[in-house]
Ligand binder design. Structure first.
Ligand code: UDP
Ligand code: MG
Length: 320
């Protein structure tokens, strides 16, 4: 890639402690991009890794001037790192992929074909997923939830290999929220979206950076970020349960005073009490989620902070 050449595709890879994957990722990615015959850049975003990911990435940028390394000032998370990479990219088409090689970079040309055919976003639908059951089953529910939240029906929102036109990145840059579900927002922003079927591979090196809690966090972000339905449901559930409670109480009063049946009041009261206390806590929790979101939005902290950018093995900061 020479200076002044227009870049057609930017491959963006968020990386957190991926020292073992980075070498193989780079060669597979380069082979795939070379095969397209297009101009390209590879943006490696180091999301505050504590291993040698950053050093290896900088070494790659020294050997290959199509590699740009963006170093975040600390670990911000997968979605902020991906967003940062997209915002630093210059290509007409942006390809997003994970560093773990669970998706084959060889699928990139097919995605680019779809973009050239007129789609704004081309996504992948993983066949034969190589993830444990505790991931794949909730993932079906989350996919359904994302379809519902965005109104765009796709088979596999969880697949992080996708290609999009620059306009989509422009649209995304207008979102200011901090608790983002990037994949959902891409669909929410509209445009023509398609899916291609791809093979899925085992994570060859290292382990998933997503534990149960971070996945739950992402799902809650999705649910509360796209809709206030949970809040409204609380009101609805409250109305229905108090109606049921009232009818139940009426039934007990009639039973006791009209039919003279003796009732074990304590048991009934405790049972009803438990139901209501539970509902109250649930309601508080749901409201807390929204208040938490308001809190982070009001703070308006940056979504990510760039520590440095490396091109040709050199730090941009050193040139300032
Ligand atoms: N990642 C990141 N920051 C984080 C966690 C993950 O940049 O805090 C990167 C990670 O290196 C990988 C991608 O995001 O390239 C997806 O992570 P992972 O493969 O662990 O997730 P999974 O495929 O298990 O959902
Ligand atoms: Mg992965």
């Amino acid at each position: 890639m020479r200076d002044g050449d227009e870049i057609f595709v930017s491959a963006v890879v968020p990386m957190f402690n991926e020292e073992e994957s980075i070498g193989e990722l780079y060669s597979e990615l380069r082979a795939a991009l070379d095969s397209t015959g297009k101009t390209y850049e590879i943006i490696l975003v180091d999301d505050g890794s504590s291993d040698s990911t950053l050093d290896r990435a900088i070494a790659l940028s020294e050997e290959d001037d199509s590699v740009v390394v963006v170093q975040l000032s600390r670990n911000f998370g997968h979605h902020p790192a991906a967003t940062c990479g997209m915002e630093h990219s210059r290509g007409k088409v942006i390809v997003l992929l994970d560093a773990d090689l669970q998706n084959d970079p060889a699928d990139i040309p097919a995605l680019l074909d779809k973009i050239e055919a007129g789609y704004d976003v081309a996504r992948c639908w993983r066949q034969g997923r190589k993830d444990p059951l505790w991931r794949t089953i909730p993932s079906k529910f989350v996919n359904w939830l994302t379809c519902w939240a965005t109104g765009v029906k796709l088979h596999d929102y969880g697949c992080s290999l996708l290609a999009m036109r620059r306009e989509v990145v422009h649209r995304l840059s207008r979102f200011s929220e901090r608790s983002r579900h990037v994949s959902g927002l891409i669909s929410w922003a509209g445009g023509r979206v398609c899916e291609i079927e791809v093979e899925h591979r085992d994570r060859k090196f290292g382990s998933s950076k997503y534990g149960f809690v971070s996945l739950l966090r992402l799902t809650i972000n999705l649910l509360t970020g796209f809709s206030t339905l949970p809040l409204q449901m609380v009101g609805f559930v409250g109305a229905v349960t108090s109606l049921l409670g009232f009818m139940g109480a009426l039934y007990l009063v009639v039973k006791r005073y009209v039919y003279g049946v003796d009732l074990d009041g304590v048991v009934i009261a405790v049972a009803i009490g438990f139901i209501f206390v539970g509902i109250h806590f649930l309601a508080l929790g749901i409201m807390g989620e929204y208040i938490g979101r308001i809190f982070t939005e009001v703070q308006a902290r940056p979504y990510y902070i760039v520590g440095d950018v490396f091109r040709g093995g050199h730090s941009d900061r050193a040139n300032e």
